[in-house]
Write a protein that binds this ligand. Structure first.
Ligand SMILES: Nc1ncnc2c1ncn2[C@@H]1O[C@H](COP(=O)(O)OP(=O)(O)OP(=O)(O)O)[C@@H](O)[C@H]1O
Ligand SMILES: [Mg+2]
Length: 233
């Protein structure tokens, strides 16, 4: 689905991504782990076109999207659940879900506002409440719903469990499992190792702008050296 090849991204003069490559196969969930400030969000921003890459290549189903603006990338089928939720605080829940661009239904993905309400009944109950008045967990549901209504083939989720109580992390894991079953391809940036290991088909670890480990979740689970060195666990 997505092939990232040797990309270099700068923020001002800082060389943040220093030759990152990764692959996300269709229908799979790939988790990206790493400590604070290693470049995970910069990678997400580079994929969706919020930040331009200086060199390297990003292929979405064979199409080079590395130089495309974000709106074009969303139309081609990449959705985002941004770090920190970023819900529109003065808009209602329903308006938040109605705002995003919607691609025509494709490949069984006919995600609508009504569908978001089915998956997240809490949002239905609060559909006329302002985004800013929701709890952290509800804002996460809203951010996830908003990422899905553009009907992506590939969903980028940037630390969705950040700041959620354990019970809500559990629910998030179930929801993510459900999206996977429906055939969605997902890149999940996570700091909670247990969540990543539970839902991922494949795992990458980033450190200082480079990929330093890749492997199957069960291999990482048993690799104390890598966990200690790169995740501080
Ligand atoms: N707008 C910015 N201006 C300057 N430097 C930035 C900016 N955004 C990020 N950086 C720097 O780029 C590096 C990578 O940041 P990034 O947000 O990609 O990390 P991250 O892995 O997502 O971290 P976290 O887990 O805290 O979200 C950091 O050193 C950060 O200080
Ligand atoms: Mg980040």
């Amino acid at each position: 689905m997505l092939k990232v090849r040797d990309i270099h991204t700068y923020i001002a003069e800082s060389h943040i991504l220093q030759g990152v490559s990764l692959e996300i196969p269709k229908g799979k969930l790939v988790a990206l782990l790493g400590r604070n400030g290693v470049g995970k969000t910069t990678l997400i921003s580079s994929i969706i076109g919020f930040r331009s890459i200086r060199t390297g290549s990003i292929l979405l189903e064979g199409t080079e999207i590395g130089a495309f603006p974000a709106h074009r990338i969303v139309r081609l089928g990449i959705g985002l659940v941004p770090q920190g939720r970023r819900v529109f605080s003065s808009l209602s829940v329903k308006e938040n879900l109605d705002v995003p661009y919607r691609c025509p239904p494709r490949g069984g993905n006919d995600f609508t506002t009504e569908r978001a309400f089915q998956i997240f009944p809490n949002l239905m109950a609060r559909k006329d409440h302002r985004g800013g008045h929701l709890s952290g967990g509800e804002q996460q549901m809203l951010a996830t719903g908003r990422g899905l209504v553009s009907r992506p083939k590939l969903l980028l989720m940037d630390e969705p469990s950040e700041g959620l109580a354990p019970l809500l992390v559990r629910k998030l894991a179930e929801n993510i499992g459900g999206f996977k079953e429906q055939g969605l391809t997902i890149l999940l940036v996570e700091q909670k190792l247990s969540l990543a290991l539970e839902v991922a088909d494949y795992v990458y670890i980033m450190s200082k702008g480079k990929i330093v480990y890749s492997g199957k979740p069960e291999d990482l689970a048993g690799n104390e050296e890598v966990k200690r060195r790169h995740l501080g666990i």
